[in-house]
Ligand binder design. Structure first.
Ligand SMILES: C[S@@+](CC[C@H](N)C(=O)[O-])C[C@H]1O[C@@H](n2cnc3c(N)ncnc32)[C@H](O)[C@@H]1O
Length: 370
């Protein structure tokens, strides 16, 4: 699959989505902005400015134009640039992208708009999800474990690491007086993409440690003494972002290896069998696209990693698929696995980084009898 021929970040994708949305009597943000601007010029030229209704309508239109202009700015940012910069928790980090015709990278070498919507949603709602996760966690092992599926460049994992660190700094110890800890596992199924994510994580970790000047090593890696067999490999792939660790590894959705790894490490290893080997938070950005990737393995991965307290935050960009509606299909598969999906209303998302055609879903295990 080539980035330019089948699935492209830039114009072709916009044209496809424009075509789809025109079918749904909606228009692409660019077209909406132009039409709104033309309409508002026309209404300003042809109406009496003293009319209250006209003033109200004009101000409504101008706030809509403002939002559309903002959307255009972040949505088209760095489409062709080798680096994507993300500001999170007042820090700006740079993510390397690879614009290549080569099919070897699939779609994972670029930062997709849905990842920005997801990271900014998590930033906007950080107090809420962090306190829910740590409350559940404090009763258990005190370590928050996040798994990022189909992470591509690693942008969502890095964003999450900064968010976890800043929240941990504000609530420095848990109920038992232990320091809160967290681990983000950044995964992708494509080996070359994993290498790119690792490079990005390593570079950002090294920059952070330079800033702190007291990091464990110059290149951001963590050297630890683990007793299990995977320890050497894990140490090489694990980096420190402020107070959060990030491990980068290859993982093919639903292959069972990640659950095994979490079990070996004793993640959520308490008396409750249903919690063992399950993570606290799962991130998925722009991976529901059956034109390229079957949805079943993704839902299997969610099932494999979800315990009773796990929440998955998924960003989904609507794209036309002739055979079925990807959203409906995903939801049907999730229900079969005992998962329930809540669509987060756009008003609850970040005021700037939210758009009609990118949704956020929260997926949890269905609790019976509730
Ligand atoms: C459109 S990209 C999204 C990348 C990133 N999450 C973002 O939003 O910028 C989809 C990613 O899913 C990964 N992927 C697709 N099928 C997969 C599978 N079965 N197992 C693991 N990763 C997979 C691809 O390698 C690719 O990196």
């Amino acid at each position: 699959m080539s980035n330019t021929s089948q699935y492209q970040h830039g114009e072709e994708n916009n044209i496809n989505s424009l075509h789809n949305r025109q079918q749904q009597k909606q228009q692409h943000p660019v077209v909406q902005a132009i039409l709104l601007q033309n309409n508002s010029f026309a209404s300003v030229n042809s109406s009496t400015p003293t009319s209250n209704n006209t003033t109200h309508a004009t101000s409504h239109q101008s706030s809509k134009i403002k939002k559309l202009t903002q959307t255009l700015a972040w949505r088209s940012a760095h489409v062709q640039s080798p680096n994507y910069s993300l500001t999170i928790e007042s820090k700006t980090i740079s993510i390397q992208q690879i614009h290549t015709e080569s099919e070897l990278y699939g779609t994972g070498a670029m930062v997709w708009p849905a990842s920005l919507v997801l990271v900014k949603y998590l930033e906007w709602t950080k107090t809420k999800w962090f306190s829910t996760t740590t409350t559940a966690n404090n009763k258990r092992r005190g370590k928050t474990v996040v798994v990022d599926l189909g992470a591509g460049t690693g942008v969502t994992s890095l964003g999450m690491a900064f968010l976890l660190s800043s929240q941990q700094n504000q609530t420095s110890t848990n109920e038992e007086g232990r320091k809160n800890k967290s681990l983000v596992i950044c995964t992708d199924g494509c080996g070359l993409v994993v290498k790119l994510a690792k490079k990005n994580v390593q570079r950002v970790a090294a920059q952070q440690q330079k800033l702190l000047k007291n990091g464990p090593s110059d290149n951001g890696e963590i050297k630890k003494n683990n007793s299990n067999n995977n320890s050497a490999a894990q140490d090489e792939d694990t980096f420190q972002i402020e107070s959060c660790e990030i491990r980068v590894r290859e993982y093919h959705w639903g292959d069972g290896t990640l659950n095994k790894e979490l079990l070996l490490e004793g993640v959520n290893n308490n008396d409750d069998e249903s919690e063992k080997g399950h993570c606290d938070i799962i991130l998925v950005s722009d991976c529901v696209l059956p034109k390229l990737y079957p949805i079943e393995p993704l839902v299997n991965a969610l099932d494999e990693l979800s315990g009773p307290h796990t929440v998955a935050y998924i960003s989904y960009e609507e794209r036309y698929y002739p055979e079925y509606d990807p959203k409906e299909y995903f939801m049907a598969l999730a229900v079969q696995k005992g998962l329930e999906v809540k669509v987060v209303p756009q008003q609850e998302q970040h005021p700037v980084y939210s758009v009609e055609d990118i949704e956020i879903w929260e997926v949890r295990r269905k609790r019976f009898g509730v």
